[in-house]
Design a protein around this ligand. Structure first.
Ligand code: FES
Ligand SMILES: [Fe+2]
Length: 437
């Protein structure tokens, strides 16, 4: 079992040089040493709830089918036909009893077994039907998320995640509904964007809006075994380094209104809002349709982010859950994919029926309105042009990230020199080095 390490000091063994962001040779070694050795967040359990449901998780150059078989078993297969290696599925999601290869029409059941080949009498070495199957990999369903692992000898997901499982479960992510499913193509290495989400040092400089809702300078970094980290950030407060405003900032008004808190009562005592939000949520949770029983007071007001090695980020609040994930490009270390899945906790049915929707300002998450959103895929330029958004904060990050990747190619850059607040970045790279060794 992985041990919990509560510290904000990384071991600082890894030298974070440009090579790891730009070298093709390094990228190829990552496939052998990292991607094929760890558990990876493939997608959501709600997408494979019923027999026949499937989705495709691309981790280039691999593509993986996650399926719920007719018998109700959860399966993961490499998305490759056992005839001559064609990609079997080219759609990213759906519901089918079997998968027919587009090349010569071999057909596999959704449990992976081969059930039909054309011209079966023309195989003088014997028919492959019921002899061949899709190649399976390990799969586990935890907290509403599907995890896969290519390594048959790797420890279980439970061992891999260690203490993180028990920390995430009180948020009940499995009860939340997907409201938005986005992917942007970025012109940077997958680790460059993951690093960006491993530190808050940049927040004061590129996300000025955060100073009126979070207190990033007092955030607590925690480093866990196997390269995972988390950061705890106080919410419903302001940046404690800056002058405390006299009035409650507008960023807090909507939720305070829902909780029946009068912002005029907090004139001159803005720092009391956080504590009172906790009290009000505790008092009013049931009547607002939310079950906060398993959450601590701090969890009612604050935000917590888990960076799960090597490429997934879970951002949790009581009513909202984001999954951020980076995936490598098949051939170019200067490119990657960045996914954002936004989920929301629907209110209890009684409260939803009464029309008292409270935090769920988005009516789409109500059970009767909910439909699985389409996957939206776009480029970094679409974000820079303002045609697409992944929230203002992530858009701001995306504006910067391509220039960081450009810098990695300069003769003038040798290696990173990190601040203590970037301990999570250091810890991630320390573990990259361990896997790569
Ligand atoms: S490669 Fe799939 S049927 Fe030939
Ligand atoms: Fe950022």
């Amino acid at each position: 079992m992985a041990e919990q390490i509560i510290t904000n000091q990384a071991e600082s063994t890894a030298r974070i040089t440009a090579e790891r962001y730009i070298s093709t040779e390094y990228m190829l070694r990552e496939r052998e040493s990292v991607w094929s050795k760890v558990w990876l967040l493939a997608g959501l359990s709600q997408d494979v709830a019923e027999p026949g449901d499937f989705f495709v998780f691309d981790l280039e150059p691999e593509s993986i089918i996650v399926s719920r078989s007719e018998a109700g078993d959860l399966k993961a297969f490499y998305n490759v036909c056992q005839h001559r290696g064609a990609r079997l599925l080219t759609t990213d999601r759906g519901c089918m009893e079997s998968y027919t290869c587009p090349y010569h029409a071999w057909r596999f059941r959704n449990d992976g077994t081969l059930d039909h080949v054309p011209d079966t009498d023309r195989f003088s070495q014997g028919t492959p039907v019921d002899k061949l199957s899709l190649k399976e990999l390990r799969i586990t369903d935890w907290a509403g998320m599907i995890w896969v692992c290519m390594d048959p000898d790797a420890p279980s997901l439970e061992e891999f995640l260690g203490p993180i499982q028990a920390m995430v479960e009180p948020y009940r992510p499995e009860d939340m509904r997907l409201l938005e499913d986005q992917t942007v193509h970025l012109d940077c290495n997958w680790k460059a964007v993951f690093d960006n989400f491993g530190e808050l040092y940049h927040v004061e400089h590129i996300h000025p809006q955060h100073e009126l809702i979070f207190d990033c300078p007092t955030a607590v970094n925690e480093l866990f075994d196997l390269g995972h980290t988390r950061v705890l950030i106080d919410g419903f407060t302001v940046n404690s380094r800056l002058p405390i405003p006299e009035e409650v900032p507008p960023t807090m008004w909507a939720q305070m209104d829902v909780l029946g808190m009068d912002r005029d009562d907090y004139k001159g005592r803005v720092l009391d809002v956080r504590r009172d939000v906790q009290i009000k949520k505790r008092e009013q949770g049931p009547s607002l349709g939310y079950n906060y029983d398993k959450l601590t007071d701090a969890q009612l007001s604050d935000i917590v982010q888990y960076n799960v090695f090597p490429n997934s980020i879970l951002v949790l609040q009581p009513e909202e859950f984001w999954i951020l994930r980076t995936r490598p490009h098949a051939t170019d270390p200067n490119k990657c994919y960045w996914d954002k899945l936004s989920l929301r906790m629907p209110p209890s049915k009684e409260v939803a029926d009464s029309g008292n929707i409270s935090f769920n300002l988005d009516q789409d998450s109500l059970p009767e309105n909910w439909e699985r959103p389409e996957h939206d895929e776009f480029t970094q330029d679409d974000i820079i042009a303002g045609d697409k958004t992944m929230t203002i904060t992530i858009d701001q990050d995306i504006h910067f990230i391509r220039d960081v990747q450009k810098g990695m190619h300069s003769r003038g850059f040798n290696e990173a020199w990190l601040n203590d607040d970037e301990a999570r970045v250091q810890h991630f790279h320390d573990w990259m080095d361990r896997y790569m060794a």
